[in-house]
Design a protein around this ligand. Structure first.
Ligand SMILES: C[S@@+](CC[C@H](N)C(=O)[O-])C[C@H]1O[C@@H](n2cnc3c(N)ncnc32)[C@H](O)[C@@H]1O
Length: 133
């Protein structure tokens, strides 16, 4: 993992998540997209670059059971995990650089908001292809 990248994002989370420009109390658009694209609550969903996002909270509340959150920032992940408390043990937390990561399983839905292209809400389904910048 690139230490500079990790440090950069860790420092951006050092004052918590709510002061971040990308903070949202609920990830309504993303959850709506997932529910439409993948109604199966056992589907494997990964939030790539999820950081401290509340998307995972909303997915759990919607009943999804196989959720992974990947981020290069341990601080970002810690904020989400701490916020969720015991419920957080139902989530697979992955601290990795997305661009160097080798997944050990397949996912039904890949979600990326403001990571590979800042500002975008995107989901990728099996068989879709996209270009990593
Ligand atoms: C603008 S924030 C968006 C966070 C989250 N997706 C949301 O909607 O609240 C970008 C996130 O991408 C993570 N990130 C940036 N580059 C990354 C990389 N190469 N691998 C994994 N995570 C990365 C950052 O740590 C940060 O949490």
């Amino acid at each position: 993992m690139c230490a500079n990248l990790s440090q950069h994002w860790d420092s951006s989370y050092s004052t918590g998540d709510r002061s971040r420009s990308w903070y949202q109390g609920h990830a309504d658009i993303s959850v709506r997209l997932v529910k439409t694209a993948e109604p199966d609550l056992d589907a494997g969903i990964i939030d790539a670059g999820g950081g401290a996002s509340t998307f995972v909270d909303d997915l759990l509340a919607a009943g999804y059971r196989d959720i992974s959150v990947l981020d290069v920032s341990p601080n970002g992940i810690d904020i989400a995990r701490t916020r969720l408390g015991d419920v957080g043990s139902r989530v697979t937390w992955i601290v990795e650089d997305l661009l160097a990561w080798n997944p050990v399983r397949r996912y039904n839905v890949w979600h990326d908001r403001a990571v590979l292209k800042v500002g975008a809400n995107r989901i990728v389904m099996p068989g879709d292809s996209f270009k990593i910048p």
